[in-house]
Design a protein around this ligand. Structure first.
Ligand code: PLP
Length: 457
């Protein structure tokens, strides 16, 4: 019984939306979602939208999974929140144990936070503090990649590589050394279709090795997304990058921080993307799908080696200076525990391979489209790059917002998605069916045709 017009007006009047050009939004209507069920969201009129991006890449089992709802309600009947500063709670304890069991062997210490950016900042602070405590204060530099996205807070942007976010806040950030994006380098060498080449991996690893030989003694950690750069447009790494980076970091005594915020919890077909190359980072950041997309929850996992640097004599530097009001919130941890149990009981990972292949087969046709420059996929993460001119590969001018128009056309047709720059994004729940994949792809193709064939104004 909500008043739709009133809510829409108040949304524009009072609500400052994240990552949104508010002046543009003032002229456009956003969908106001009132409820969700399974792989669908419903607006105030009850119109259904197939959720092709899992809210913001996080609702891995879709919406209103009965077991997640029940787990939340059960915890609500006990307590909604209690501090973890000098106290603890059963869901937070049990979840830490479960994560340590499921993560690559050796990641056995779990530090909670509320979102992905913070999980990365914690990893950065831990790495910095680790070297300080181990008597190596010269190891203060961080190494990152062009096109990296690790979140929007000052520390997370500092170790990010998207110039768009750096330009405005430059003077607030700390310096990080940068390497090329593995996909960017591979594509420059071998093109949009054949970028995944051993020679591309070797070329990038050579750049990393040169950097580590020159500055490894000062570098605390290499920070990278795990196998694919998400926010910069779904840019997968050539095979062997993660394993090669791990080996080089070991050789030069540099910590490896892997950001699994987007890739974690089945998104790439394994529970964690680093499993594809049997890599264990020193610190791993998790978020998004950790709570099944139900509540803000993130975690930084690390090794006993890092943890040990905080043991020993009582003293100022032995304490890790981080913690928030809601750290280890029992509601979020309870729903996360049930989320992990669903992976096991419903054999989510075992059933994914077929759907990933189905998506791959369906995507093949997009390569033929006159306004598609590249199609990229890693598991259930997909980027379709839109081009103004296929022969030159040039993008539409930023201000024309063509990719937004395509996404809006898909939304009108009942498929919810949101682009990243010149890239259309698909990040469906792991519970997506083959028929739903077909519908998403057909709708996106229709939307792409409708917008790119319309006369430009
Ligand atoms: N790291 C990666 C790889 C991400 O994709 C994101 C968000 O998209 C973040 C970190 C930041 O997570 P959050 O938005 O929860 O802070």
């Amino acid at each position: 019984s909500w008043d739709k017009e009133q809510l829409a007006a108040w949304d524009k009047r009072y609500f400052w939306h994240p990552f949104t050009q508010m002046q543009v939004y003032a002229r456009e209507d956003n969908v106001i979602f009132a409820r969700g069920a399974g792989n669908y969201l419903y607006d105030l009129d009850g119109k259904a939208y197939l959720d092709a991006i899992s809210s913001l890449w996080c609702n891995v089992h879709g919406h209103r999974h009965p077991r997640l709802d029940a787990a939340l309600q059960a915890q609500m009947g006990r307590v909604a929140h209690s501090t973890t500063l000098g106290a603890s709670n059963p869901p937070a304890i049990l979840l830490a144990k479960r994560l340590a069991e499921l993560a690559p062997a050796g990641l056995e210490r779990v530090f909670y936070s509320e979102d992905g950016a913070e999980a990365v900042e914690i990893a950065v602070k831990m790495a910095f503090h680790f070297w300080r405590n181990s008597g190596r204060p010269e190891k203060r530099r961080f190494l990152t990649l062009d096109n990296a996205y690790h979140g929007d807070t000052v520390g997370a942007v500092s170790v990010g590589g998207m110039d768009l976010f750096h330009n405005v806040y430059q003077d607030l950030l700390f310096h990080a050394d940068r390497l090329p994006s593995p996909y960017g380098l591979a594509r420059a060498l071998f093109g949009a279709r054949d970028w995944d080449q051993p020679a591309a991996t070797a070329a990038w690893l050579q750049r990393l090795e040169e950097m580590l030989r020159e500055r490894g003694g000062e570098i605390a950690a290499l920070v990278m997304e795990s196998g694919i750069q998400g926010a910069a447009g779904l840019l997968p790494f050539p095979k062997g990058i993660l394993a090669g980076a791990r080996a080089l970091c070991d050789r030069h005594d540099v910590l490896l921080i892997l950001d699994e915020v987007a890739t974690g919890f089945g998104r790439t077909g394994r529970l964690f993307a680093c499993e594809h190359e049997a890599v264990r980072p020193d610190l791993m950041a998790l978020g998004k799908g950790l709570s099944g997309g139900y509540l803000p929850l993130a975690a930084t996992l690390t090794t006993q080696r890092i943890y040990d640097a905080f043991l020993g004599e009582f003293g100022e530097t032995r304490q890790f200076y981080h913690g928030h009001t809601f750290t280890g919130n029992p509601l979020a941890c309870a729903v996360a525990l049930e989320n992990l149990q669903i992976f096991e009981d419903e054999q989510i990972l075992e059933r994914l391979a077929g759907r990933i292949r189905h998506l791959h087969d369906g995507l093949a046709a997009f390569w033929q489209h006159p306004h598609v420059g590249a199609v990229r996929q890693f598991g259930l993460m997909v980027g379709i790059e839109v081009v103004a001119d296929k022969s030159t590969g040039s993008a539409y001018p930023y201000g024309e917002r063509v990719e937004y128009a395509i996404s809006r056309a898909a939304i009108e047709r009942g498929v919810y998605t949101r682009p990243l720059g010149d890239t259309l994004v698909l990040m469906p729940p792991l519970s997506i069916t083959a028929e739903e994949i077909d519908r998403i792809l057909a709708t996106l193709a229709e939307a792409l045709d409708a917008v790119t064939s319309a006369p430009r104004t």
